[in-house]
Design a protein around this ligand. Structure first.
Ligand code: GLV
Ligand code: MN
Ligand code: MN
Length: 413
């Protein structure tokens, strides 16, 4: 029996359904934000499945969760696969979770087929990929890869002021796992991440598998504006220092400056806060986030300069600052892994196409450590970061069949 033929579509689908109950929302999505009780519940469920199969479970100081199936050579560096179990506040049930469950299914399929690999295989659930509660996103993989320092991440606060160190401690108390010694990060020989595409191309082109070649670069910022609180009924316009009015001038100029002709640059203001948030007080403070992405770092760099100029020129009479929170350069995946994914998809007679990723993924950090790649499967109408996100059992199983074949090959290198 080949490893691909040991993949069980029903089991994989059932596991998605079980996980979707944790933080499940009325519209069929999930709210399972990083280091929440729902995140802890997902960790416990994955660990219970792992233990039932005789795989070992461990965690590290940033809460990444590892499930390990031994190889025949105990000294050999492992091959890793996985993604994340945290979600957006109004997230779908497949974003991230598919990559974790596909990796786990791959371990189970090899076990069921009685196939031994030379290298150990590790399924991983990275901490806080979404970055919607704690910034930056892809945090667990960034710390694992040395892109961010553990100490800097432990002091990060969420929007309510909860410190990550405390949320992490609560999570690991609720979902205990043996702690790996030392700082996060260990040597791995290869990494492959399965994910739903989160865009419409595969569906539009009637392809089952996306052979992912690259991930575009991304930068995030926070813009903070100081105004002066004043009475809404009495204060003339000339006397106002309205922080929100300044924010709207800045935002409008930014939308204009980032509207490129070929529609490649992605610019999003996704979170706005206005203080004190009272209908009859002129806002004394306003802040908003910016998420900006492009395949070329030089374009991001040039637009960063434009954003800085806009903040400097449009905020008056309110002082304003723009702070970069994250900067991840574009990622090119490893040629050998890309070719292997394509070859395995072809061998399984699955229609496929090469494509870059518009979304960010943990693979962008791990690709700096070892040969890495990704496998995409279609999602309905390309909708993601939305509770109605959907994918079919057969596409998920197809992506997992490609994944297990690729992992088996890498683990015998
Ligand atoms: C991940 O969810 C991203 O924002 O690309
Ligand atoms: Mn994701
Ligand atoms: Mn996401």
């Amino acid at each position: 029996m080949s490893s691909a033929s040991a993949v069980k579509e029903d089991r994989l689908w059932q596991r998605h359904a079980e996980m979707a109950k944790l933080g499940g929302t009325p519209k069929g999505g999930v709210n399972r934000q990083a280091l929440s009780p729902e995140d802890a519940a997902a960790r416990n469920l994955l660990a219970s499945w792992a233990k039932a199969r005789g795989f070992s479970v461990s965690t590290d100081a940033i809460g990444n969760l590892f499930v390990r199936r031994e190889g025949t050579d105990a000294q050999a560096k492992p091959v890793m696969s996985g993604s994340h179990m945290d979600s957006q506040p109004t997230g779908g049930r497949f974003d991230g979770m598919f990559g974790v469950l596909a990796a786990f299914e791959a371990l189970e399929a090899l076990e069921d087929a009685g196939i031994k690999t030379k290298r150990p295989l590790v399924a991983v659930a990275w901490t806080n990929e979404e970055g919607s509660r704690f910034q930056p996103g892809a945090m667990g993989s960034a710390v694992f890869a040395g892109h961010n320092k553990l100490e800097d991440m432990l002091v990060v606060k969420d929007w309510k002021g909860v410190v990550l160190r405390d949320a992490l401690a609560d999570t690991l108390k609720a979902a205990p796992a043996p702690m790996r010694k030392g700082k996060p990060g260990f040597a791995i020989d290869g990494y492959v991440e399965a994910h739903i595409e989160q865009g419409p191309r595969l569906e539009n082109e009637h392809k089952t598998i996306g052979v992912v070649t690259a991930i575009q670069g991304s930068r995030r910022y926070i813009v903070e504006i100081d105004g002066e609180e004043a009475h809404a009924g009495t204060t003339p316009r000339a006397a106002r220092k309205d922080a929100f009015a300044a924010a709207t001038r800045i935002a409008a100029a930014m939308y204009e400056a980032t509207a490129d002709k070929d529609d490649t640059l992605r610019f999003t203001i996704g979170r706005v806060e206005v203080m004190p948030g009272s209908p009859n007080t002129v806002p004394g403070k306003a802040s908003f986030t910016i998420d900006m992405r492009h395949p070329q770092d030089a374009v991001l760099e040039a637009h960063e300069k434009k954003l800085e100029q806009i903040v400097a020129s449009r905020a008056a009479p309110c002082p304003a600052t723009i702070t970069r929170v994250t900067n991840v350069a574009p990622t090119d995946f490893d040629r050998t892994v890309i070719d292997l994914v394509r070859a395995k998809a072809n061998a399984l007679k699955l229609s496929n196409m090469d494509m870059p990723s518009g979304a960010g993924h943990d693979a962008m950090h791990i690709a700096r450590l070892c040969p890495a790649g990704m496998i995409f499967v279609p999602c309905e109408r390309g909708i993601s970061h939305n509770e109605i996100e959907n994918a079919t059992p057969s596409d998920l199983a197809a992506g997992t069949r490609v994944l297990v074949e690729v992992l088996e090959a890498l683990a015998n290198r």
